[in-house]
Design a protein around this ligand. Structure first.
Ligand code: ADE
Length: 231
């Protein structure tokens, strides 16, 4: 997979992309991540990329010209057109299912904006979908793009080692994950549940499922609303 990120702050990406699973996935050639600075496609002495909104109102809006030119350039860097995604609180929510869907693409082009948002013609003209990482407003799309990259890359085949697994992750079966314990058996008077020490794999699996359901009911009842709720 190739992931291109169009951003005004490429420096924000260096550290998060150079650790752990995302780092290893790049080294293994499972994903290539390329950063391009939108400001390199601005025109004029001031390298302007934003302007006042038509109709008035606070803040500034990302201008279409630099984003279009940047996108055109980036598109030409690889043979596949890919899927273009604007990070925006107006987008459809990022879910585990959406991350899994995106992990099947051979190319993603993520556009991280700043200011009050994008000129609407960017979304329309580039045929871009919009993705939100949650119902809150960030100062820009960079952290959201990093969240998308992190969630997608760990789902690429072979990204997780034998010791890690995405199959029991929260949401992978529509439920939150069950509680986990490791050594020591007793820590500050808190003991690992006996069932996990019993060696009875059937009972352990049942306990984990009950715990997952209980947690989901308590913290995320909305996940159980669907008609295909696991019982
Ligand atoms: N940009 C600003 N806030 C955002 C959010 N919640 N999700 C995605 N992009 C954003």
């Amino acid at each position: 997979m190739r992931i291109d990120v169009l951003t005004l702050f490429p420096e924000m990406f260096a550290s998060p992309l150079s650790f752990s699973i995302v780092k290893r996935a790049q080294e293994q050639g499972l994903v290539e991540i390329a950063l391009t600075n939108i400001r390199d496609f601005s025109i004029g002495d001031y390298r302007k990329v934003d302007d006042k909104p038509y109709g008035g109102g606070p803040g500034m809006v990302m201008m279409p010209g630099p984003v279009f030119d940047c996108h055109e350039h980036v598109t030409s860097l690889a043979p596949t057109k890919g899927r273009t995604i604007l990070l925006s609180p107006q987008g459809t929510p990022l879910t585990q299912a959406k991350a899994a869907e995106l992990s099947n693409e051979d190319r993603l082009i993520l556009i991280a904006g700043r200011y009050e948002g994008f000129d609407e013609r960017i979304r329309i003209g580039l045929g871009a979908e919009q993705l939100s990482i949650g119902d809150y407003v960030l100062n820009g799309g960079e952290l959201a793009a990093l969240v998308v990259i992190d969630a997608v890359v760990r789902l690429l085949p072979d990204a997780l080692g034998d010791d890690d697994s995405a199959k029991d992750d929260s949401f992978s079966d529509g439920l939150l994950e069950y509680p986990q314990y490791t050594r020591p058996e007793v820590f500050r008077d808190m003991k690992v549940p006996d069932i996990l020490l019993s060696g009875d794999h059937g009972k352990i699996a049942q306990w984990r499922r009950d715990q997952a359901l209980q947690r989901t009911r308590q913290h995320r009842p909305d996940l159980l609303d669907d008609s295909d709720t696991p019982q």
